[in-house]
Design a protein around this ligand. Structure first.
Ligand SMILES: NC(=O)c1ccc[n+]([C@@H]2O[C@H](COP(=O)([O-])OP(=O)(O)OC[C@H]3O[C@@H](n4cnc5c(N)ncnc54)[C@H](OP(=O)(O)O)[C@@H]3O)[C@@H](O)[C@H]2O)c1
Length: 277
């Protein structure tokens, strides 16, 4: 952990971070980045238990602190139980990375209300509720300025700055979460900072074929795939930089500056190649 950027956690206990959906894909990159920087990582999983346990085992073998926790993000009781368990194993959380998300293909003309509600629960309500609980649990300090604040990082999507109507409900949940970065930062200041990170396409998702992903992953200003480690490193930077709150960083190789009429995975197969700079 860099002492230049992050000086103020008690020397006897490493700072604790909860990463939701931490077992696989971006979540695994986040757990790895924080663990290697000296944080005690609590890796929440639901269905990816085998991967989460193996990841934490690997990180512990490297000499880091990593604890897998099964947790349900979709109910108040499940979220409370998760936060209780995280606190019991790692102490009060200094950081929460809301990475888990549900990503269902739909349109404004045909969305299913049950699936839309589920995405709202996982992508918006859970991040806000877990953040509220982090703030309630973060101890008050006599000298707040010296102790530093805790932080919440919402993982968004470059889509929120580059709108098209595909993945209609998902996009709306991320738009609301993007607006919540500023509102929650205002609400929880000065003890808790709130930031966002907006990645571009990193992993093959939904109905994509590997060939589609290979082409779509280069539709950005830098014309190369986005490295999840860049996103993870940015989240660590947000967590460890005490002056940042109410702001979002795009980590997308400039994808948000390449507007498309459709989601990139559909645009590259549409016969109308995306307009590149
Ligand atoms: N993939 C991309 O290219 C991309 C692009 C832009 C933004 N993002 C954002 O970056 C973050 C990570 O992306 P990702 O592709 O790595 O995520 P992902 O694989 O789609 O989902 C991450 C984890 O979220 C958990 N999750 C999903 N649905 C859930 C539900 N209904 N209830 C509880 N947990 C649920 C799952 O954990 P378990 O497996 O343990 O159940 C899943 O492994 C997300 O917030 C996503 O919106 C991703």
């Amino acid at each position: 952990m860099s002492t230049a950027t992050y000086r103020n956690h008690p020397p006897t206990s490493p700072p604790a971070v909860l990463v939701t959906g931490g077992g696989v894909r971006l979540g695994a990159a986040l757990c790895t980045a924080f663990a290697r920087a000296g944080w005690h990582v609590v890796c929440q999983y639901r269905h990816s238990g085998t991967a989460a346990l193996a990841l934490c085992e690997r990180l512990r073998a490297e000499g880091h602190l990593a604890t897998p926790l099964d947790g349900d993000l979709t109910t108040d009781a499940g979220r409370d139980a998760l936060m209780d368990a995280a606190r019991a194993v790692a102490g009060p959380l200094r950081c929460l990375v809301n990475n888990a998300s549900a990503f269902e293909p739909d349109t404004g003309a045909s969305f299913d209300t049950h699936l839309a509600r589920r995405q709202l629960e996982v992508n918006l309500i859970a991040p806000l509720a877990l953040g509220r609980r982090l703030a309630a649990d973060w101890p008050a300090h006599e000298d707040e300025a010296a102790h530093g604040s805790a932080s919440i990082i919402h993982v968004l999507d470059q889509k929120v700055y580059n709108l098209n109507p595909d993945y209609f409900s998902y996009t709306l949940t991320k738009l609301a979460l993007e607006r919540a970065v500023a509102l929650q930062a205002q609400a929880l200041a000065p003890r808790v900072r709130v930031c966002g990170v907006a990645p571009g396409l990193m992993f093959l998702s939904g109905p994509q074929s590997p060939e589609n992903f290979e082409r779509a992953s280069r539709v950005n200003l830098l014309r190369r795939p986005i490295d999840p480690a860049d996103v993870a490193r940015t989240c660590l930077f947000l967590a460890e930089t005490g002056g940042l709150t109410g702001t979002t960083l795009c980590v997308d190789n400039g994808q948000h500056l390449v507007p498309l009429a459709r989601d990139v995975m559909f645009a590259v197969d549409s016969g109308h190649p995306p307009l590149m700079p």
